[in-house]
Design a protein around this ligand. Structure first.
Ligand SMILES: NC(=O)c1ccc[n+]([C@@H]2O[C@H](COP(=O)([O-])OP(=O)(O)OC[C@H]3O[C@@H](n4cnc5c(N)ncnc54)[C@H](OP(=O)(O)O)[C@@H]3O)[C@@H](O)[C@H]2O)c1
Length: 245
């Protein structure tokens, strides 16, 4: 498959910082016609619009709010690509005291948010024979126990991606899954390890979209870990498990 982002309309969630902001910057460079920068922080979004005011439009979206999703779906008339990027990682384990409420919040944002938003925008994506990009994590391939409930929400995103891809293949809608390792954003500011740059991740994601790669491992860590997984899934589980100490 060969797909050009030139002249396309793209919606990015969580666009005000981190990987979302880098995706908006990369989409401007690739000639997207209209970029809907979605988020809940209007000040942060205003700064993103300033990157290219004639192309980037700020859209208010808290992904767990049904009213926001309905309003957005009513407003958009055309959409080629939906990038489900918004996410939270709370750094809580399954045995922590607050694990139930945290697991529920992470599932609401990381999994039900993309499921709900994609469902609402599907008529537009079917009409354009467009694409859905879901940002999961390498922790969605094997559980990262220092972020156990977060990993479970990202495994749910992975499964959503697989199911949606099979459902939409006949309709000509491309579905891509993205499985990063550590990326240098606010989300990982407390982790001491090598991290990929958001700009590199954005570039590799968009390259994959243009060449039709369904599964994107955009950094050295995720690529190495996916190789382990392909050889022996149990070994990856054990390797991640050892990180708990
Ligand atoms: N950084 C990594 O190492 C890494 C690795 C693997 C996967 N990922 C995934 O990559 C995606 C982007 O993460 P990041 O590293 O760029 O994190 P980040 O810098 O913390 O940015 C997260 C973005 O998501 C938005 N967001 C959070 N909750 C939201 C909600 N309920 N409704 C709407 N927007 C919401 C945030 O908006 P506010 O500014 O309003 O909070 C922010 O724009 C996430 O899905 C994350 O799980 C990241």
């Amino acid at each position: 498959m060969s797909y050009s982002l030139q002249g396309k309309s793209v919606l990015v969630t969580g666009a005000n910082r981190g990987i979302g902001k880098a995706l908006v910057q990369a989409l401007i460079e690739r000639g997207a016609k209209r970029i809907y920068a979605a988020g809940r922080n209007s000040e942060g979004l205003a700064a993103i619009v300033q990157l290219a005011p004639s192309i980037v439009e700020a859209v208010q979206l808290e992904v767990t709010r049904a009213e926001d999703i309905q309003q957005l779906a009513g407003k958009l008339k055309q959409l080629d690509v939906l990038i489900n990027n918004a996410g939270i990682a709370t750094g809580i384990t399954f045995s922590a005291e607050t694990s139930l409420s945290i697991a529920s919040a992470e599932m609401a944002v990381n999994y039900f948010g993309p499921v709900h938003l994609t469902h609402a925008l599907l008529p537009l994506l079917r009409a354009s024979k467009g694409a859905v990009v879901n940002v999961s994590s390498i922790a969605g391939i094997a559980n990262f126990p220092i972020l156990g409930p977060y990993s479970a929400s990202k495994a749910a995103v992975h499964s959503f991606t697989q199911g949606l891809r099979a459902e939409l293949r006949g309709a000509g809608v491309f579905v891509q899954g993205v499985y990063p390792g550590p990326v240098d954003t606010d989300m990982t500011k407390d982790f001491e390890m090598d991290k990929a740059s958001p700009a590199d991740v954005a570039r590799i994601v968009l390259n994959g979209l243009e060449t039709g790669d369904e599964d994107i491992f955009p950094d050295a860590f995720s690529q190495a870990m996916y190789e382990v997984f392909k050889q022996n899934p149990k070994q990856l589980e054990q390797q991640f498990g050892q990180m708990l100490g």
